[in-house]
Design a protein around this ligand. Sequence first.
Ligand SMILES: [Mn+2]
Length: 343
Amino acid sequence: MGFVEKKTLMNQIEKTYSRLWTIASGKIMVVADIHGDWEVYARCRDIFLTRRALGEADILLFLGDLIHGEGMPYEDRSLEIVRDIMRLQSELGSAVLCLCGNHELPHMYGFGLSKGRRDYTPKFEARLTAEGDRAAVLDFFYSLPLFIRTPSGVSLTHAGAAKEIEDLEIAKIVFNWDHQQRLDKANQALAQENVANVRRSYAHLSGGDSYDSLARHYMGVTGPDDPRYDVLLQGMFAMLDPQFDYLYTTLFTKCEKHYGLLTYSHVLRRLLDYLSYDYINQHILVAGHINVDAGHEIVAGQHLRLTSNYHQKRENGVYLLFNTAKPVLQASNLQENIYPIWS
Ligand SMILES: [Mn+2]
């Protein structure tokens, strides 16, 4: 790659706010939740590299939730996927981007995440401890944006619009979210406490296992001498900050499935307004997070939901490829830009 070409590529990304980035030009290939499935990941990566060589795609963008296997039939290779994306970023710079998903979040703050009887964090944390690349992986997670907007009027995020983002001031708090500042504040609050008592309360609230066993199991800590020993308490204090809800619901929102379609359509339009602040009007929100059997669906006319890896219907996985120079007014206009991953 020539110097001039690389420089142009770097200039496509503007970090307007720390967590709301603008992709100013180029063709973006969008891949939704991978959840540790190496075959889906490698297939999408290779499709991108082929299309890039042909001049058909400039940027590969993952919508978050790279990690945490969803069980059979595939092996969970979350850490290999994260490492490979970090390698690609060091080689190709901002041609490879990723949004933050709700499954990355527990590792960044220190809390367990489970669905039914499945605990998501233990395996990934155990590997970070055993293989020694926690700092690099967490730095990568902390670097991820929450929203991306484009001159076509298409914005992208992990989950969708959240009702708790009630006005532009709250939206700006999320657009400027500073993980380090929140973690420092949580650790300062924890330092004011009798930590042994807080550990006991934490264990009690968690149902009776000792703090020691919880920290080892969920967060891969090695024992009381581990400098990360109180990471679960850090996570608890971070979540006690009322503003943490803004981040949490941004990444966990169940959209119309939680609010109902009428309310969601209002919440969605409001978020698109905030994303348009000081910029070209944003008309469409593209997100993953909720699995769709058919690979994609349109919600409230302006939300395009994509599924790239849904293990029950893996063959239906799709990606989106669109040109940021072409204005889009309705989500249905993007349907011609959706491609099967397996064909
Ligand atoms: Mn998700």
